[in-house]
Design a binder for this molecule. Structure first.
Ligand code: G6P
Length: 360
């Protein structure tokens, strides 16, 4: 056990640090003989038959799916719906004429996701599983598989699998876009290597992030994570990380929605972490920060270089606007880790949670 952890006190920290390597490994695994990032042609052909993609997942994988929807819709211009597996299985929405299902599951064993796969297979719909575990149930039972190549993830709180899922979907989206002849304005290969470097840079700022975590979450019972657009999706994952391992009640909110209810919860000292990586919503999200700060919130802004202002707590190295989740999630994972550590929580094995939930 200790041997595998090496010099790390916890698997979670080790797995956070592995993320640049995982991104590079994915680039390597998905580069074809013509030096292009590609997925299996059978898969992209099958997806091209579809008029709509349905992403089904649970927990952190569901959050990766929310980011995945943005990538696929913006790059490949195919409509995508993202559903929580346990909801979909009991309340199937009206489906399009030619749906294609994508199951995202680190373990490939989540019972809620499998229940949906059984249903959609019975209806005759094609399915792809994106998983870290070759030969897992969801991989065996779907028509197609894309592997994450993230190496075993041991900590219950998922970190590197989330990044790997987003990276693989980015490759899928880029490939679909190329097949369809969509206008792609970027070189994904190059942009992903910049991402790997950016993650490395952030992972070297642990002391700084630890002291932010210590001051902002000190004795707090709750915390709010706000963002807009793709940042809102990352903040839902940020909140999940914090609650899973530190037991601080945390929620991710869309910045603009705060005033419609949640702002009532803001008291003197309530921690509000805000993420600003997107130019079109940068000022709006900063406006939301001012609204909560005026009501006593203890605010902390994480922003992308270029959009940053003095006083921002963490500045992220600049990467392509569609790939920011791969970078912005890193400080969120580290904030959760250090908050849990300072509360003496069992970081790798939080109470009441299982790494893989194989019962409904
Ligand atoms: C469990 C884990 C979560 C994970 C979820 C989905 O609840 O504790 O970390 O995100 O299952 O797991 P999967 O293996 O399907 O991605």
């Amino acid at each position: 056990d200790d041997m595998e952890k090496g010099t790390y006190p916890h698997y979670m920290l080790k797995e956070i640090d592995e993320q640049p390597y995982v991104i590079r490994k994915i680039i390597q695994e998905y580069t074809d003989s013509t030096h292009r990032l590609k997925i299996d042609e059978k898969i992209s052909k099958a997806i091209q038959q579809a008029d709509r993609i349905y992403i089904i997942a649970a927990g952190t994988s569901y959050h990766a799916g929310l980011v995945g929807k943005q990538l696929i819709e913006k790059l490949a211009e195919v409509p995508v719906e993202v559903h929580i597996a346990s909801e979909f299985s009991y309340n199937m929405p009206l489906l399009s004429e030619n749906p294609f299902f994508i199951f995202i599951s680190q373990s490939g064993e989540t019972a809620d996701s499998r229940a949906v796969l059984v249903q959609t297979k019975a209806l005759g719909y094609p399915a792809l599983t994106i998983t870290n575990v070759p030969g897992s149930t969801l991989s065996r039972e779907a028509d197609y598989t894309l592997l994450l190549h993230a190496g075993p993830e041991i900590a219950v709180a998922s970190t590197k699998a989330y990044s790997a899922q987003i990276a693989v979907i980015a490759i899928l989206a880029n490939d679909l876009a190329e097949q369809k002849g969509c206008n792609i304005s970027f070189d994904l290969d190059h942009e992903m290597s910049l991402v790997a470097n950016a993650i490395e840079m952030l992972a070297s700022q642990k002391e700084e992030i630890e002291s932010i975590a210590a001051s902002i979450f000190h004795k707090s019972r709750n915390a709010f994570f706000i963002g807009r657009g793709i940042d809102y999706f990352v903040m839902q994952e940020a909140a999940l990380k914090l609650k899973e391992i530190s037991y601080i009640q945390a929620e991710g909110f869309a910045g603009g929605e705060l005033k419609h209810g949640t702002i009532a919860l803001i008291e003197e000292g309530t921690p509000v972490i805000a993420l600003a990586t997107q130019e079109n919503v940068n000022l709006s999200v900063r406006g939301n920060v001012q609204e909560v700060a005026a009501r006593g919130a203890n605010t902390c802004i994480v922003s992308m270089k270029g959009l940053n202002k003095s006083g921002d707590a963490i500045v992220l190295p600049e990467v392509h606007e569609l790939l920011t989740p791969l970078v912005s999630v890193i400080p969120m994972q580290l904030l959760a880790y250090y908050a849990a550590l300072h509360r003496n929580c069992d970081v790798d094995k939080p109470r009441n949670l299982a790494k893989s939930v194989t019962v409904e």
